[in-house]
Design a protein around this ligand. Sequence first.
Ligand code: ADP
Ligand code: MG
Length: 260
Amino acid sequence: MARIIAVTNQKGGVGKTTTCVNLAASLAAMKRRVLLIDLDPQGNATTGCGLIKEELDTSVFDVLIGTHGVKEVMKPVMEDTIESGKYWVLPANGDLTGAEVVLLDLPSKETRLRAGLYEVDNEFDFILLDCPPALNMLTVNALSAAQGVLIPVQCEYYALEGLTALLQTIDRITHSLNPSLAVEGILRTMYDPRPSLTHDVSSQLHKHFGDKVYDTVIPRNIRLAEAPSYGLPVLHYEKQSRGAIAYLALAGEFIRKSGQ
Ligand code: ADP
Ligand code: MG
């Protein structure tokens, strides 16, 4: 059975998409079978994996409304070589902008993604869900389908603001739609070891989340910001970079902690 992880934080720009793309590529390089699902109408994970949004015939939207199955829509990315690994993307484009409204009129609107994923449950080791920067119906679908929530947190002043709302949403979904949902891990992104603020935020995260805080931190690294414009995970853009090394380390820790 696939382990399904929602990468969520309703704050924008904290590194959700960067984490999804690079964790997917790193897990694939470690020979895990990975499906990355783009749930953001902006489609940044889609383009970050080298797919062209304008050329998509179908997208995750078609899976949510039930006209297509996951296998019909998902696309392979990356060559399967010894060093890298192929993984799959269920892409998104602007069609998803209307999903919120369309879903409202459909039965089981909160669990349509979960229903769609049954079909591929045995085909993957990990399914990563890149959530939009909002606690909307798309995020609810992600949290209903997932077993774990990976929360990227940027270690700056307002980092903890908003986490309470996210934890309340997780709690609500655990008590209603998905009892097996739990926080998988807290990932510190764009980490700068110098400012004392970073340490304050880190110690607060440890106080609240204990060993759920990953030991691996993702440094601020320009290669991570450049790679998406080439449609590549950083591992395939500059594999010696600090960003690539950090995401490989995260994949190792992620596999160890998930027992998969
Ligand atoms: P989100 O999906 O949470 O909105 P993104 O992953 O798109 O966040 O990241 C926001 C911006 O910051 C992007 O331009 C991305 O390239 C950049 N970025 C993300 N992580 C890093 C990092 N560790 N170092 C440098 N730039 C980063
Ligand atoms: Mg994003």
